[in-house]
Design a protein. Sequence first.
Length: 537
Amino acid sequence: MLTRMAPIEHRRIDRRTVLRGSLAGALLVPAAAALQACGTSGTGGPPASTGLIANRPRLTHGVASGDPRTDGALVWARSDSPARMIVETSATESFSNAVRVDGPQLTPASDGTGRVRVTGLEPGQTVHYRVTLEGDGGATSEPAVGVFKTVAAQPQDVTFVWSGDVVGQGWGINRQGGMAIFGAMADRQPDFFLHSGDAIYADGPVPETQRQNDGGTYRSITAPAKDHVAQTLDDFRGNYAYNLTDEHYRRFNAAVPQVVQWDDHEVLNNWFPDESLAGQNRKGYTDSNVDELAGYASQAWREWQPVEPSEAVDGRVHRKISYGPLLDVFVLDMRSYKNPNPQAWAQHDDGGILGREQTQWLIDGLDASTAVWKVVANDLPISIVVPDAASSPVDGPPSMEAVAQGENGRPLGREIAFSRILSATKEVPNVVYLTADVHYTAAISYHPEQAGFTDFAPFWEFVSGPLNAGAFPQSPLDGTFGARYEFVHAPEDQNASPAEGFQHFGEVGIDSDSRVLTVNLREASGKSLYSKALSPA
């Protein structure tokens, strides 16, 4: 347990100094060298020089923080050689009166990654942290610094951003500008980032060049990890390593705590448990056992994200993040308990998408929440129709990837679970759903008087993304829950490149005085495209 720090003045800080420090070493490291590390997910070449000190370990991919609490947060880092992770925290960026926490030994078993939960801090305070590595013989690394804010115990303004879908459809880190949208999110100085999934595209190789819809050529930074689909543990690890060679992403990680879930592309497109790729036309795959791939993918996700699965309800993904009196965030796992997409029409009582226990956990959690606003992070949309062509049978109804079935009447298949959730929580005020997945941004209102199923209270679902992936036209809505588009920003053509626009993140702000929740849907530069203010009940 850490000694409690003296109270820190509550303020919005200028993070430029922190970010300069966090990137001082990283920006001097070539992309190829940044992929090398303690494990074997890198390029396989010799390690980059770490200076004159022999056997000096090196932080390879910056630092990150996640799942903040009133007394601290998780801190993540990665080493290029076996070393002890050391975290220091301070009220000031000069690190006067710093408090030290000895973290885990970083070894090849975890691909050189590790995390430690820093505790014992004061609520609602800005915390500067510094990570160093101690190698064999006492040699230490150059430090990397970051910042996070502990959750307030009393009402304070809350701002967070959300989005998903990183390096998809072959659109890699742009040679001319990188993944600049991460810099735009960092510049908003949110309290945290809700990552709605598809943090990598393990099934998406990145070519050096790719033709855009507008006739231009998109040029990507490439790496050995991204020249084939991921089928081994090191392949999946290499996808995360590749993304973090982007300077904007590393700057963002050092400045903004994350709340991370997963979706399909962490494994492969539209996957579900017990799936076999036999008979499917999946280019590049020699392993047809999706559960084996999902096991590798899950380990890489646990290693490379600032998450601690043991803190989740079932040791996987779904969990509640309490962010003070104004906000509870319910992070769903709509992948691990999913029934097969060809069986999406099966009449499950409360399974099919979340599983029985997670369904009940969400109902009970919403009902018991005392926070003013309850945000449900659903990595798949509720009423946007998302078919799964790859696994659709020749005869019978089409396979479905998300919740909606595409018919406007009574709940069918996976809609049954959400009809139960919506009905059981209709007396719970101020519930908002946030998602990504479909690669455009939208605001959707839900109206029982216009629905095939009417036993629920009106609510909103907001969609954002992608972060650096192909953008797609809007999809139709299922009318079972009375969904209606209030705003959509999407391209007319399929798979618009990041350079053609239509990259998005959403921002949520809760005012501590009025308790009004305001959603802004923003484009890659940070410009607001649509704004909606919701008053609390």
